[in-house]
Design a protein around this ligand. Sequence first.
Ligand code: T4K
Length: 374
Amino acid sequence: MTPFKEPVFITRPILPDLEELHVKFKGIWESKWLTNNGEQHKLLEKKLQIFLKVPYLSLFNNGTIALIVACRFLKISGEVITTPFTFPATTHVLTWNNIKPVFCDIDPVTMNLDADKIESLITRETNAILGVHIFGTPCDVFKIQEIAYKHSLKVIYDAAHAFGVEINGQGIGTFGDISMFSFHATKLFHSIEGGALTFNDMDFKYHIDMLKNFGIKNEEEVLGAGINGKMTEIHSAIGLLVLNYVEEEKRKRECILKCYRTYLRDIEGISFLSDISGTTNSYQYFVIRIDEKKFGLSRDEVYDKFKVYNIFTRKYFYPLCSNFDCYKYLPSSDPKKLPVARKVASEVLCLPFYGELSLEDVARICDILKSFKR
Ligand code: T4K
């Protein structure tokens, strides 16, 4: 099998037409209003609120700052129970708020926080649960909410991968106290860099908007130690344009997903997530798991071999956050306490997944993978 001529990455961003961009930018230039809650910003907030089926939404300059503000706003301190199987930002956000992360093992199928293991980690210091809807698969939101009510804990969701996900028609951003979305260029919907918080409480909007603007209430009053988390007019305009392409991109990704599932269905040692009844797909990543014993090759060997064919897969999310130098000293980072997370992190591999990828290319990637099997 011959390698791809051009590198194949795991994702490629939606790029709006340059002409459209020019028209949008011309309007912004004429207005001379570049940031600080301008017209594009207001419009994007409104459109996303509808798209995500959430009552309230605040835009941010990126998802990480948004999540930092969410913890700050909810006055979370002490300990927070969270997953080690995520992008570093999730755990770092806690550290930036002087909160101690307490890692909980994950579910072997969904790869999300194992709700059955949360309660045993609750101490007098526990303030909240920070779940991640990893690869767009929702956490066990109902069980987590039950635990939170029982122990008076706050619930925050990192929904960075879950843009547009719905559970029985309900927007994923309506669960918990606050949810965070990332609009980074690698996300299905993006504004190059960007993010948002979503919530059900009207009061949150006023305070969160103030916190992301240095805590400024008006020209003479500053109500709190805020930060600069504002999204610019340029990024908002890009977001508005990208949003027009999201449904089409989702349709293309749906075909690619079906194609991958068909080609990889019968390969011993390769598995992937199936659809969950009542839950929509985020079409964010296509993730396989490689069982070394059955496939004959480890995930790391497959990753290296793909590179020879100019295919750049990703080991999201390896290593676990609990393995980072800054967290491995924590009692909850003890590898013996995280057996499922360790296994999952050693098996996952994200394959190329974006609308521009042709079905022929998908078939070729699958054939290359099949050729590795021993
Ligand atoms: N929570 C979770 C669960 C997250 O996954 C993330 C971010 C966050 C929180 C934080 O949200 P933000 O603060 O970022 O809004 C990327 C993204 O930078 C990061 O946003 C994302 N998660 C993470 C999963 O992926 P890298 O370091 O893996 O990206 P990079 O630069 O290696 O790009 C991956 C591939 O995407 C490239 O090989 C090619 C393609 N690509 C990338 C960029 C930047 C493009 O085609 N064009 C581009 O402009 O982190």
